[in-house]
Ligand binder design. Structure first.
Ligand code: PAF
Length: 283
């Protein structure tokens, strides 16, 4: 039976009970508007841990754009109904005041990871992500926590948070779940019409194109130009960035070699909705 908890103190009591019974805990932090991608994280957590705790919290400190925060989809009732069918034991749905009763004085800076891709285009975003994830890990004290590969840079940031602060949790990176046309599942897709979702399938198409070109030995700069040209020729999608980076460090690799693990990452706007995606390949 799914338990809905809104207070930190009550969640801490529930966690104490699980701990007393020697049950391991998997955490799935989300911002709600749940889709198949989130459900896959819950299922993976259910398989590895005795109990799964999901969280739903649209975290204001990670939005650098107030309109984006206001328009972020919120479907609490549907989310709870969906979660109750997954075997998830607890969903924590705190208010903003519950999480940020004392506005944090601390600021997190993730060094070079702040100056590339998402960090470069969303100033302060990772400070907000780091703060809320540190809080959720502190409140729920899970053995493991699950994050989706669509937000690969977020995963790298959280990995540094956990290793730099010696937080005792095992992090799991879960594969991207896609729509039939390749569009990566995202809560933000809810803001797109059926036609716009079709158009957004081009993000994945461009990643597949760049992967094909890299496998055929086309130099990185030419691959980048091909991707920019692909989007220039496409009405209704505005590419913000496309980067070819090392899968682990997310840094550019000056010259590529066989066996290199790469992440092809991009962000683009479709009908004013900002979407991100990536494809991981091994040369
Ligand atoms: O990926 C998300 O949904 C959010 O960034 C997270 C990890 C739940 C933190 O708010």
């Amino acid at each position: 039976m799914l338990k809905v908890i809104r207070r930190k103190s009550i969640l801490k009591e529930a966690v104490d009970e699980f701990r007393k019974s020697n049950l391991s805990i998997g955490l799935v932090p989300t911002m709600g508007a749940l889709h198949k991608g989130h459900i896959s994280l819950i299922e993976m957590s259910n398989m590895h841990y005795d109990v799964t705790i999901a969280t739903i919290f649209v975290n204001p400190t990670q939005f650098n754009n107030t309109e984006d925060l206001a328009k972020y989809p919120r479907n609490e009732e549907t989310d709870i109904a969906l979660l109750s069918k997954t075997g998830c034991r607890v969903v924590f749905i705190p208010s903003v005041d519950e999480i940020y009763a004392n506005p944090p004085l601390i600021t997190l800076n993730f060094g070079y990871l702040e100056h590339i891709m998402e960090g470069k285009h969303r100033s302060g975003h990772f400070n907000g992500v780091g703060l809320v994830v540190a809080k959720l890990l502190g409140i729920a004290r899970p053995d493991g926590a699950y994050f989706g590969q669509k937000d690969l840079q977020q995963f790298r940031i959280i990995s540094r948070l956990v290793s730099d602060l010696d937080i005792p949790v095992q992090l799991h990176l879960a594969p991207i779940v896609r729509e039939e046309n390749g569009l990566a599942m995202s809560s933000r897709n809810e803001r797109l019409t059926a036609e716009q979702r079709q158009l957004a399938g081009n993000l994945y198409k461009s990643l597949s194109l760049s992967s094909d070109l890299l496998f055929s030995g086309v130099p990185q700069q030419e691959v980048k130009l091909a991707v920019y040209d692909f989007f220039k020729a496409l009405d209704g999608v505005d590419l913000e960035y496309f980067e070819i980076v090392d899968f682990e460090t997310l840094e550019n690799i000056p010259s590529l070699n066989e066996g290199d693990q790469l992440a092809l990452c991009l962000a683009a706007y479709v009908a004013g909705v900002r979407l991100i995606d990536n494809l991981v390949i091994e040369l």
